[in-house]
Design a protein around this ligand. Sequence first.
Ligand SMILES: Cc1cc2nc3c(=O)[nH]c(=O)nc-3n(C[C@H](O)[C@H](O)[C@H](O)COP(=O)(O)OP(=O)(O)OC[C@H]3O[C@@H](n4cnc5c(N)ncnc54)[C@H](O)[C@@H]3O)c2cc1C
Length: 464
Amino acid sequence: MEIITPGMRLVPEAVLANDAALFRKIPETPSHPDRSLHRVVIVGGGAGGLELATRLGRKFGKRRVSITLVDRNRTHVWKPLLHEVASGTLNASTDAVEYIAHASRHHYRYRIGEVVGIDRAKRQVFVAPSFDDDGRQIIPPRVLGYDTLVMAVGSVCNDFGTPGAIRHAIALDTAAQAARFNQRMINACLRANAQYEPLLPGQLHCVVVGAGATGVELAAELHKSMREIASHNLDNIDFDKLIRITIVEAGSRILPALPEQLARASAHLLRDLGVQIRCGVKVTEVTAEGVRLGEKLFIAAELVVWSAGIKAPDFLKDLDGLETDGINRLVVDETLRAKGDENVFAIGDCANCVLPGENNPLPPRAQTAHQQADHLVKAIAARVKGQQAPAFRYRDYGSLVSLADYGSFGNLIGGLKIGGLIARLMYRSLHKMHLKAVHGTLKTALDTFAEILARRTKPRVKLH
Ligand SMILES: Cc1cc2nc3c(=O)[nH]c(=O)nc-3n(C[C@H](O)[C@H](O)[C@H](O)COP(=O)(O)OP(=O)(O)OC[C@H]3O[C@@H](n4cnc5c(N)ncnc54)[C@H](O)[C@@H]3O)c2cc1C
């Protein structure tokens, strides 16, 4: 029997079940022809890992250090853009970074594959084999050696075991899932438009479970995109009467992690658009027809997106004895080193980092991953020289929420409130900072210019 993992690969169950035994028989793949180099292996090329690999590659790649990035995908899409892929305002196939080309340009090595375990005593990483769509093996199982290991595998959606969530709701963990949601949304509109019979209950209704920043931003993007799609010759769809978007949140208000004023402004704007918000209710089941809220309530919906909470990937739960928290995150100290192993570091969403004097772990945000990647460049440079790693300092630059083109709100450092164009530009600048770290200033500036020109000729949403 085979199971399908995200990103088009078929990994035989046996490989996952017996990984340690199987991998211990495999000889190590040399990471660099010069075996005297310090070997840094980064697992996960996302918001944190790709920036780290790029900057280390630029700093050391041609000498002293061998840098290897392992990711289960071949391309990178910055995760905060996934709701735009889902709504169709961003095309994942044209806006993604190709790891192979990027690695050779920035002097690091890229290895495709899903990491399934490590051997800390031998300092080895186990990479599962890759298979094509027909089940033919592309790359065999591999073992990579490291001197410094950085885990940057991010997080996945946490459905808290809700019945039917895995089967009937779509999560936005990967570009493939976001693109799949987009296809379903377009198909739903085309089907409804061509249908002779009246719409069924739930048709053209979308429920977003979870009103964190992801859910709220997605609801606004969907509103904008579905209106746009309906306006493209879909004469039988009256957007205002037929399309409905509902956000369901178990907490007492939307955007629970953000300041109340920001949440109030966002809720006001969404309600003005006709988005329904139901707070203080928990989804107890997802079915093919919609979502159940407790014993009596049921919202019929054709599309359900799950964005209520996160957890780190399950394989971290037993990463050769490293300490993890209740949602699988690796517990790290103030230097971002995993507790109990001086050679393993973790950054981004998969790390539980409580800084001295704080009570809570750092938030799972792109700005956390970005700052931690920045810190590890210095920490690894110190390590290679045999010096002590400095402590990580986090600076909270505030929170920004962007509700498609309808409005943006922010709460910056020092409690400064912003809105409108300034908030939107600052929100966009987060992505530009990531692009600058990954591509450099010149390419980011040229791409931005090309993007502005292309906007005049392309439809605003992807329609296929
Ligand atoms: C829709 C959405 C909107 C968001 N909006 C915002 C926002 O506006 N602002 C903000 O600050 N944050 C936002 N976030 C959160 C932000 O995206 C994350 O905090 C950030 O991406 C975490 O970075 P990371 O490097 O830890 O992980 P990721 O960026 O998720 O990268 C993880 C990488 O690891 C790879 N990987 C995973 N498992 C394995 C494995 N076993 N082997 C090999 N590779 C593996 C993945 O393919 C991926 O490339 C949003 C998240 C989502 C889903």
